[in-house]
Design a protein around this ligand. Structure first.
Ligand SMILES: [Zn+2]
Length: 489
Protein backbone atom coordinates (compact mmCIF):
# COMPACT_ATOMS: atom_id res chain seq x y z
CA UNK A 1 0.00 0.00 0.00
CA UNK A 2 1.29 3.42 -0.90
CA UNK A 3 1.53 6.13 1.73
CA UNK A 4 0.02 9.59 1.59
CA UNK A 5 3.54 11.01 1.21
CA UNK A 6 3.95 9.09 -2.04
CA UNK A 7 0.59 10.15 -3.44
CA UNK A 8 0.11 13.14 -5.72
CA UNK A 9 -2.22 14.62 -3.12
CA UNK A 10 0.64 15.41 -0.74
CA UNK A 11 0.60 19.26 -0.67
CA UNK A 12 4.28 19.64 -1.40
CA UNK A 13 4.14 23.25 -2.55
CA UNK A 14 2.25 24.46 0.48
CA UNK A 15 4.60 22.59 2.79
CA UNK A 16 7.57 24.14 1.00
CA UNK A 17 6.12 27.60 1.34
CA UNK A 18 5.46 27.25 5.07
CA UNK A 19 8.86 25.66 5.55
CA UNK A 20 10.70 28.51 3.91
CA UNK A 21 8.81 31.12 5.91
CA UNK A 22 9.79 29.20 9.01
CA UNK A 23 13.46 29.61 8.10
CA UNK A 24 12.91 33.36 7.75
CA UNK A 25 10.98 35.72 9.99
CA UNK A 26 8.64 33.01 11.29
CA UNK A 27 11.39 31.19 13.13
CA UNK A 28 10.37 29.06 16.09
CA UNK A 29 11.28 31.03 19.23
CA UNK A 30 13.18 28.15 20.80
CA UNK A 31 15.70 28.33 17.94
CA UNK A 32 17.07 31.46 19.59
CA UNK A 33 18.18 29.25 22.45
CA UNK A 34 21.39 28.30 20.65
CA UNK A 35 23.08 29.09 17.37
CA UNK A 36 22.86 26.01 15.18
CA UNK A 37 23.83 25.75 11.57
CA UNK A 38 21.46 23.38 9.86
CA UNK A 39 17.95 23.22 11.16
CA UNK A 40 15.05 21.54 9.47
CA UNK A 41 11.77 23.42 9.49
CA UNK A 42 9.27 21.87 11.88
CA UNK A 43 6.32 22.01 9.51
CA UNK A 44 8.27 20.12 6.84
CA UNK A 45 9.32 17.45 9.34
CA UNK A 46 5.73 17.16 10.57
CA UNK A 47 4.26 16.81 7.07
CA UNK A 48 6.76 14.15 6.03
CA UNK A 49 6.38 12.07 9.19
CA UNK A 50 2.57 12.20 9.14
CA UNK A 51 2.49 11.62 5.36
CA UNK A 52 4.72 8.56 5.68
CA UNK A 53 2.30 6.95 8.16
CA UNK A 54 -1.05 7.79 6.58
CA UNK A 55 -2.54 5.92 3.59
CA UNK A 56 -2.63 7.37 0.08
CA UNK A 57 -6.43 7.44 -0.12
CA UNK A 58 -6.71 9.89 2.80
CA UNK A 59 -8.71 13.04 2.21
CA UNK A 60 -6.30 15.85 1.38
CA UNK A 61 -8.11 18.44 3.49
CA UNK A 62 -8.16 16.17 6.50
CA UNK A 63 -4.37 15.93 6.22
CA UNK A 64 -3.92 19.69 5.94
CA UNK A 65 -6.10 20.36 8.99
CA UNK A 66 -4.30 17.71 11.02
CA UNK A 67 -0.86 19.22 10.43
CA UNK A 68 -2.23 22.80 10.79
CA UNK A 69 -1.08 23.75 7.32
CA UNK A 70 -3.60 26.59 7.01
CA UNK A 71 -2.25 28.30 10.12
CA UNK A 72 0.09 31.24 9.49
CA UNK A 73 2.78 29.56 11.59
CA UNK A 74 1.88 25.86 11.88
CA UNK A 75 4.89 25.12 14.09
CA UNK A 76 3.46 27.28 16.88
CA UNK A 77 0.53 24.88 17.26
CA UNK A 78 0.50 21.22 18.08
CA UNK A 79 -0.87 18.96 15.33
CA UNK A 80 -4.56 18.22 15.61
CA UNK A 81 -4.90 14.59 14.68
CA UNK A 82 -8.41 13.14 14.55
CA UNK A 83 -9.20 9.93 16.43
CA UNK A 84 -9.30 7.95 13.19
CA UNK A 85 -5.53 8.57 12.72
CA UNK A 86 -4.75 6.66 15.93
CA UNK A 87 -4.58 3.30 14.19
CA UNK A 88 -1.85 4.61 11.87
CA UNK A 89 0.21 6.30 14.58
CA UNK A 90 -0.14 4.07 17.64
CA UNK A 91 2.92 2.01 18.49
CA UNK A 92 4.89 3.49 15.61
CA UNK A 93 8.55 4.11 16.29
CA UNK A 94 10.65 6.90 14.90
CA UNK A 95 14.43 6.67 14.92
CA UNK A 96 16.56 9.68 13.97
CA UNK A 97 20.18 8.48 13.99
CA UNK A 98 21.59 11.95 13.16
CA UNK A 99 19.19 14.06 15.17
CA UNK A 100 21.10 17.39 15.26
CA UNK A 101 18.99 20.05 16.91
CA UNK A 102 16.02 17.66 16.87
CA UNK A 103 13.35 19.06 14.52
CA UNK A 104 12.37 15.59 13.26
CA UNK A 105 12.14 13.89 16.68
CA UNK A 106 10.32 16.92 18.12
CA UNK A 107 7.62 16.65 15.49
CA UNK A 108 7.53 12.86 16.03
CA UNK A 109 6.79 13.51 19.69
CA UNK A 110 4.13 16.08 18.86
CA UNK A 111 2.43 13.49 16.64
CA UNK A 112 2.45 11.03 19.55
CA UNK A 113 5.06 8.58 18.25
CA UNK A 114 7.60 6.60 20.22
CA UNK A 115 10.75 8.55 19.41
CA UNK A 116 14.48 7.80 19.68
CA UNK A 117 17.00 10.50 18.80
CA UNK A 118 20.72 9.79 18.49
CA UNK A 119 23.44 12.41 18.25
CA UNK A 120 27.19 12.02 18.35
CA UNK A 121 28.15 15.60 19.23
CA UNK A 122 28.15 15.91 23.04
CA UNK A 123 26.92 19.51 23.16
CA UNK A 124 24.11 18.75 20.73
CA UNK A 125 23.12 15.72 22.80
CA UNK A 126 22.61 18.14 25.68
CA UNK A 127 20.59 20.52 23.47
CA UNK A 128 18.39 17.54 22.54
CA UNK A 129 17.65 16.88 26.18
CA UNK A 130 16.64 20.54 26.54
CA UNK A 131 14.39 20.37 23.47
CA UNK A 132 12.89 16.88 23.67
CA UNK A 133 13.12 15.49 27.17
CA UNK A 134 12.91 18.09 29.92
CA UNK A 135 9.88 20.09 28.70
CA UNK A 136 7.89 16.89 28.32
CA UNK A 137 8.90 15.59 31.72
CA UNK A 138 8.74 18.74 33.88
CA UNK A 139 6.49 21.18 32.03
CA UNK A 140 6.19 24.88 32.66
CA UNK A 141 7.65 24.99 36.17
CA UNK A 142 11.04 24.89 34.46
CA UNK A 143 10.47 28.35 32.95
CA UNK A 144 9.98 29.90 36.37
CA UNK A 145 12.92 28.11 37.96
CA UNK A 146 15.37 28.79 35.14
CA UNK A 147 14.40 32.49 35.26
CA UNK A 148 14.69 32.67 39.03
CA UNK A 149 18.10 30.99 39.19
CA UNK A 150 19.37 32.94 36.18
CA UNK A 151 18.60 36.13 38.10
CA UNK A 152 20.31 34.71 41.16
CA UNK A 153 23.49 34.13 39.14
CA UNK A 154 23.36 37.69 37.75
CA UNK A 155 23.02 39.08 41.28
CA UNK A 156 25.95 37.00 42.54
CA UNK A 157 28.12 38.31 39.71
CA UNK A 158 27.08 41.92 40.31
CA UNK A 159 28.09 41.66 43.95
CA UNK A 160 31.27 39.68 43.36
CA UNK A 161 34.21 41.85 44.53
CA UNK A 162 36.55 40.46 41.85
CA UNK A 163 34.09 41.23 39.06
CA UNK A 164 33.45 44.69 40.50
CA UNK A 165 37.17 45.29 40.46
CA UNK A 166 37.48 44.23 36.81
CA UNK A 167 34.51 45.97 35.22
CA UNK A 168 32.90 49.41 35.30
CA UNK A 169 29.25 49.38 36.28
CA UNK A 170 28.16 51.54 33.40
CA UNK A 171 30.12 50.02 30.51
CA UNK A 172 28.11 47.69 28.27
CA UNK A 173 30.82 46.66 25.81
CA UNK A 174 34.59 46.93 25.62
CA UNK A 175 36.17 46.89 22.17
CA UNK A 176 39.71 45.60 22.08
CA UNK A 177 42.30 44.09 19.81
CA UNK A 178 45.85 42.75 19.66
CA UNK A 179 48.87 44.98 19.70
CA UNK A 180 52.04 43.83 17.98
CA UNK A 181 55.51 45.14 18.74
CA UNK A 182 56.67 46.62 15.44
CA UNK A 183 59.93 44.98 14.27
CA UNK A 184 60.83 48.23 12.47
CA UNK A 185 60.41 50.85 15.20
CA UNK A 186 60.09 48.71 18.34
CA UNK A 187 56.82 50.33 19.45
CA UNK A 188 53.40 48.74 19.96
CA UNK A 189 50.86 49.04 17.17
CA UNK A 190 47.26 47.89 17.42
CA UNK A 191 45.98 45.66 14.61
CA UNK A 192 42.55 46.97 13.62
CA UNK A 193 40.50 45.28 10.92
CA UNK A 194 37.63 47.76 11.07
CA UNK A 195 37.66 51.34 12.35
CA UNK A 196 33.91 51.85 12.07
CA UNK A 197 31.95 51.90 15.33
CA UNK A 198 28.50 52.73 14.01
CA UNK A 199 27.14 53.05 10.51
CA UNK A 200 23.40 52.77 10.98
CA UNK A 201 20.87 53.80 8.38
CA UNK A 202 17.09 53.84 8.24
CA UNK A 203 14.69 54.97 5.53
CA UNK A 204 15.29 58.63 6.41
CA UNK A 205 19.05 58.39 5.90
CA UNK A 206 21.93 57.88 8.31
CA UNK A 207 21.04 57.63 11.96
CA UNK A 208 24.30 56.94 13.72
CA UNK A 209 27.87 57.44 12.45
CA UNK A 210 31.00 56.99 14.53
CA UNK A 211 34.50 55.66 13.98
CA UNK A 212 37.91 55.32 15.59
CA UNK A 213 40.93 57.34 14.59
CA UNK A 214 44.46 56.45 15.68
CA UNK A 215 46.63 59.28 16.96
CA UNK A 216 50.30 59.17 17.86
CA UNK A 217 51.10 60.38 21.35
CA UNK A 218 54.76 59.99 22.28
CA UNK A 219 55.56 56.31 21.82
CA UNK A 220 51.95 55.19 21.89
CA UNK A 221 49.00 54.96 19.57
CA UNK A 222 45.97 56.56 21.13
CA UNK A 223 42.51 55.89 19.85
CA UNK A 224 40.22 58.85 19.36
CA UNK A 225 36.48 58.49 18.86
CA UNK A 226 34.97 60.60 16.09
CA UNK A 227 31.24 60.65 16.78
CA UNK A 228 29.47 62.52 14.00
CA UNK A 229 26.13 62.64 15.81
CA UNK A 230 27.82 64.42 18.66
CA UNK A 231 29.63 66.85 16.38
CA UNK A 232 26.92 67.60 13.80
CA UNK A 233 23.60 66.67 15.38
CA UNK A 234 21.44 65.65 12.42
CA UNK A 235 23.51 63.38 10.18
CA UNK A 236 20.72 61.97 8.03
CA UNK A 237 21.99 63.75 4.90
CA UNK A 238 25.43 62.13 5.02
CA UNK A 239 26.74 60.45 1.88
CA UNK A 240 29.24 57.67 2.16
CA UNK A 241 31.70 57.02 -0.64
CA UNK A 242 34.15 54.25 0.18
CA UNK A 243 35.88 55.40 3.35
CA UNK A 244 34.69 58.99 3.07
CA UNK A 245 31.71 60.48 4.87
CA UNK A 246 30.58 63.62 3.06
CA UNK A 247 28.22 66.41 4.15
CA UNK A 248 27.27 69.17 1.77
CA UNK A 249 26.03 72.60 2.89
CA UNK A 250 27.24 75.80 4.51
CA UNK A 251 25.69 74.90 7.86
CA UNK A 252 27.91 71.78 8.11
CA UNK A 253 31.01 73.84 7.29
CA UNK A 254 30.07 76.32 10.00
CA UNK A 255 29.44 73.64 12.63
CA UNK A 256 32.71 71.88 11.84
CA UNK A 257 34.70 75.13 12.04
CA UNK A 258 33.16 75.78 15.43
CA UNK A 259 34.04 72.26 16.56
CA UNK A 260 37.65 72.88 15.54
CA UNK A 261 37.69 76.20 17.38
CA UNK A 262 36.30 74.66 20.56
CA UNK A 263 38.79 71.76 20.42
CA UNK A 264 36.19 69.03 19.80
CA UNK A 265 37.88 68.30 16.47
CA UNK A 266 41.41 68.76 15.23
CA UNK A 267 42.23 70.32 11.90
CA UNK A 268 43.39 66.98 10.52
CA UNK A 269 40.22 65.14 11.57
CA UNK A 270 38.23 66.66 8.74
CA UNK A 271 38.70 68.21 5.31
CA UNK A 272 36.72 71.28 4.27
CA UNK A 273 36.35 71.55 0.51
CA UNK A 274 34.14 74.47 -0.61
CA UNK A 275 30.75 73.80 0.97
CA UNK A 276 31.62 70.17 1.68
CA UNK A 277 33.00 68.62 4.84
CA UNK A 278 34.70 65.26 4.43
CA UNK A 279 35.57 62.83 7.18
CA UNK A 280 37.85 59.95 6.31
CA UNK A 281 37.47 56.65 8.15
CA UNK A 282 40.89 54.97 8.40
CA UNK A 283 41.38 51.76 6.40
CA UNK A 284 42.10 48.50 8.18
CA UNK A 285 45.78 48.24 9.03
CA UNK A 286 45.72 44.45 9.08
CA UNK A 287 45.04 42.24 6.09
CA UNK A 288 45.45 38.65 7.18
CA UNK A 289 44.89 37.21 3.72
CA UNK A 290 47.81 39.18 2.32
CA UNK A 291 49.86 38.57 5.50
CA UNK A 292 50.22 42.27 6.04
CA UNK A 293 50.11 44.61 9.03
CA UNK A 294 50.93 48.32 8.81
CA UNK A 295 52.49 49.89 11.88
CA UNK A 296 50.38 52.83 13.04
CA UNK A 297 53.46 54.42 14.62
CA UNK A 298 56.07 54.32 11.84
CA UNK A 299 53.91 53.44 8.83
CA UNK A 300 56.07 50.49 7.78
CA UNK A 301 54.62 47.25 6.53
CA UNK A 302 55.11 44.13 8.65
CA UNK A 303 55.10 40.80 6.77
CA UNK A 304 56.77 37.53 7.83
CA UNK A 305 58.62 36.08 10.79
CA UNK A 306 61.19 33.29 10.83
CA UNK A 307 61.40 30.84 13.75
CA UNK A 308 63.45 33.28 15.82
CA UNK A 309 61.06 36.15 15.33
CA UNK A 310 63.24 38.01 12.84
CA UNK A 311 61.22 40.03 10.40
CA UNK A 312 61.41 39.47 6.64
CA UNK A 313 59.59 41.27 3.84
CA UNK A 314 59.86 38.08 1.78
CA UNK A 315 60.24 34.61 3.23
CA UNK A 316 59.39 31.34 1.54
CA UNK A 317 56.89 29.41 3.73
CA UNK A 318 57.32 32.05 6.40
CA UNK A 319 54.59 32.66 8.98
CA UNK A 320 52.68 35.93 9.03
CA UNK A 321 54.43 38.01 11.70
CA UNK A 322 51.14 38.48 13.61
CA UNK A 323 50.51 34.75 13.69
CA UNK A 324 54.03 34.19 15.04
CA UNK A 325 53.54 36.93 17.66
CA UNK A 326 50.24 35.47 18.89
CA UNK A 327 51.71 31.98 19.06
CA UNK A 328 54.47 33.37 21.26
CA UNK A 329 51.87 35.14 23.41
CA UNK A 330 49.97 31.89 23.94
CA UNK A 331 53.24 30.18 24.86
CA UNK A 332 53.76 32.80 27.57
CA UNK A 333 56.28 35.02 25.76
CA UNK A 334 54.78 38.49 25.71
CA UNK A 335 57.53 40.35 23.87
CA UNK A 336 55.72 40.27 20.54
CA UNK A 337 51.99 40.65 21.21
CA UNK A 338 49.63 41.90 23.90
CA UNK A 339 45.94 42.59 24.29
CA UNK A 340 44.66 46.13 24.34
CA UNK A 341 41.30 47.79 24.92
CA UNK A 342 40.46 50.56 22.46
CA UNK A 343 36.97 51.85 23.18
CA UNK A 344 34.31 51.39 25.83
CA UNK A 345 30.66 51.64 24.99
CA UNK A 346 27.94 52.84 27.34
CA UNK A 347 24.22 52.77 26.79
CA UNK A 348 22.08 55.80 27.45
CA UNK A 349 18.38 55.59 26.67
CA UNK A 350 18.99 53.05 23.92
CA UNK A 351 21.73 55.16 22.34
CA UNK A 352 25.38 54.14 22.29
CA UNK A 353 28.04 56.37 23.82
CA UNK A 354 31.60 55.66 22.69
CA UNK A 355 34.59 56.60 24.86
CA UNK A 356 38.27 55.85 24.37
CA UNK A 357 39.51 53.19 26.79
CA UNK A 358 41.92 54.59 29.36
CA UNK A 359 45.25 53.32 30.64
CA UNK A 360 43.46 52.24 33.85
CA UNK A 361 41.04 50.15 31.77
CA UNK A 362 43.97 48.37 30.17
CA UNK A 363 45.74 47.91 33.48
CA UNK A 364 42.66 46.15 34.83
CA UNK A 365 42.67 43.82 31.86
CA UNK A 366 46.33 42.96 32.43
CA UNK A 367 45.70 42.48 36.17
CA UNK A 368 43.16 39.77 35.38
CA UNK A 369 45.91 38.00 33.46
CA UNK A 370 47.87 37.41 36.66
CA UNK A 371 44.89 35.63 38.19
CA UNK A 372 44.45 33.45 35.12
CA UNK A 373 48.15 32.56 35.17
CA UNK A 374 47.80 31.37 38.75
CA UNK A 375 44.82 29.20 37.86
CA UNK A 376 46.66 27.67 34.92
CA UNK A 377 49.72 26.91 37.00
CA UNK A 378 47.57 25.20 39.61
CA UNK A 379 45.92 23.15 36.86
CA UNK A 380 42.48 24.41 37.86
CA UNK A 381 39.96 22.05 36.19
CA UNK A 382 37.51 24.91 35.56
CA UNK A 383 39.86 26.54 33.04
CA UNK A 384 38.86 25.12 29.62
CA UNK A 385 42.35 23.96 28.72
CA UNK A 386 41.33 21.17 26.34
CA UNK A 387 42.99 21.23 22.93
CA UNK A 388 40.94 22.62 20.05
CA UNK A 389 40.41 19.77 17.59
CA UNK A 390 41.97 19.97 14.16
CA UNK A 391 39.74 20.36 11.14
CA UNK A 392 41.27 18.98 7.95
CA UNK A 393 44.64 19.13 9.71
CA UNK A 394 44.28 22.81 10.45
CA UNK A 395 43.23 24.83 13.44
CA UNK A 396 39.95 26.64 12.90
CA UNK A 397 41.54 30.00 13.73
CA UNK A 398 44.81 30.16 11.80
CA UNK A 399 45.71 33.76 12.68
CA UNK A 400 44.74 33.60 16.31
CA UNK A 401 47.22 30.71 16.76
CA UNK A 402 44.99 29.37 19.53
CA UNK A 403 45.47 25.74 20.47
CA UNK A 404 43.48 25.57 23.68
CA UNK A 405 39.92 26.70 24.22
CA UNK A 406 40.75 29.19 26.97
CA UNK A 407 42.84 31.13 24.44
CA UNK A 408 39.61 32.29 22.86
CA UNK A 409 39.11 34.63 25.81
CA UNK A 410 40.89 37.59 27.22
CA UNK A 411 41.74 37.07 30.92
CA UNK A 412 38.80 39.10 32.14
CA UNK A 413 36.32 37.23 29.95
CA UNK A 414 37.83 33.97 31.11
CA UNK A 415 37.57 34.80 34.80
CA UNK A 416 33.92 35.74 34.35
CA UNK A 417 33.20 32.59 32.37
CA UNK A 418 34.74 30.40 35.06
CA UNK A 419 32.72 32.18 37.74
CA UNK A 420 29.48 31.56 35.85
CA UNK A 421 30.34 27.88 35.40
CA UNK A 422 30.86 27.55 39.16
CA UNK A 423 27.63 29.40 39.92
CA UNK A 424 25.64 27.11 37.61
CA UNK A 425 27.09 24.14 39.44
CA UNK A 426 26.03 25.71 42.73
CA UNK A 427 22.52 26.26 41.37
CA UNK A 428 22.34 22.55 40.53
CA UNK A 429 23.02 21.66 44.17
CA UNK A 430 20.58 24.26 45.49
CA UNK A 431 17.74 23.12 43.22
CA UNK A 432 18.31 19.51 44.20
CA UNK A 433 18.15 20.38 47.92
CA UNK A 434 15.02 22.43 47.37
CA UNK A 435 13.24 19.57 45.63
CA UNK A 436 14.33 17.01 48.23
CA UNK A 437 12.84 19.26 50.91
CA UNK A 438 9.60 19.33 48.93
CA UNK A 439 9.55 15.54 49.18
CA UNK A 440 10.71 14.59 45.68
CA UNK A 441 12.57 11.31 45.24
CA UNK A 442 16.39 11.56 45.08
CA UNK A 443 16.35 10.54 41.43
CA UNK A 444 13.66 13.05 40.42
CA UNK A 445 15.27 15.87 42.39
CA UNK A 446 18.61 15.20 40.72
CA UNK A 447 17.11 15.13 37.27
CA UNK A 448 15.17 18.35 37.81
CA UNK A 449 18.35 20.05 39.05
CA UNK A 450 20.13 18.74 35.97
CA UNK A 451 17.40 20.21 33.75
CA UNK A 452 17.63 23.69 35.34
CA UNK A 453 21.44 23.61 35.11
CA UNK A 454 21.21 22.52 31.45
CA UNK A 455 19.13 25.54 30.41
CA UNK A 456 21.47 27.84 32.33
CA UNK A 457 24.41 26.23 30.52
CA UNK A 458 22.68 26.86 27.20
CA UNK A 459 22.43 30.53 28.24
CA UNK A 460 26.14 30.39 29.04
CA UNK A 461 26.86 29.14 25.51
CA UNK A 462 25.18 32.31 24.23
CA UNK A 463 27.10 34.44 26.69
CA UNK A 464 30.34 32.88 25.45
CA UNK A 465 29.80 33.49 21.76
CA UNK A 466 29.12 37.17 22.50
CA UNK A 467 32.03 37.51 24.92
CA UNK A 468 35.18 36.07 23.44
CA UNK A 469 37.99 37.52 21.38
CA UNK A 470 36.46 36.46 18.08
CA UNK A 471 33.27 38.39 18.87
CA UNK A 472 33.46 41.47 16.66
CA UNK A 473 31.98 44.89 16.07
CA UNK A 474 29.15 44.90 13.56
CA UNK A 475 28.67 48.62 12.85
CA UNK A 476 25.63 48.49 10.59
CA UNK A 477 22.99 46.72 12.59
CA UNK A 478 23.25 44.73 15.78
CA UNK A 479 26.52 46.30 16.90
CA UNK A 480 27.94 43.05 18.30
CA UNK A 481 28.51 40.15 15.91
CA UNK A 482 28.80 36.89 17.82
CA UNK A 483 31.70 34.53 17.34
CA UNK A 484 29.88 32.18 14.96
CA UNK A 485 28.23 34.89 12.88
CA UNK A 486 30.53 34.57 9.89
CA UNK A 487 30.35 30.82 9.78
CA UNK A 488 26.62 30.30 9.52
CA UNK A 489 25.10 28.66 6.50
ZN1 LIG B 1 56.69 50.71 13.56
Amino acid sequence: MKTFLESLKFPVQEVNRKSSSEKGPGRPPYWEMVFYWTRKPLVGARAVIAGALLPEDLDENLFKVAIRLSSRTPHRENPQTPAEFAKYFEGKKLLDPFAGFGSIPLEGLRLGLDVTAVELLPTTYIFLKAVLEYPKKFGKSLIKDVGRWGEWITEQLKNDPEIRELYDDDVAVYIGTWEIKCPHCGRWTPAIGNFWLARVKDNKGYKRLAYMKPEKNGDEVEIKVIDLNEILGDISKAKIDGNEIIFEGENYVKTVKEAIRSGKLKQNDVKIDGNKVIFKVPSANIESRRSQLTCLMCGNVIKYADENGNHHMKLKNGDFYVKFALRKYHEGDEHFARQRLLVKVKIDERDLIFEPATREDNERLWKAKEKVKEMLEKGDPDVPSETIPLYENRRITPILSAEKWYQFFNPRQLLTLIKIVRLIREVGKKVEEEKLKEGWSAEQAFEYAEAVATYLSVALVNQVRHNCIVTSVEPTRKFVAHALASRGI
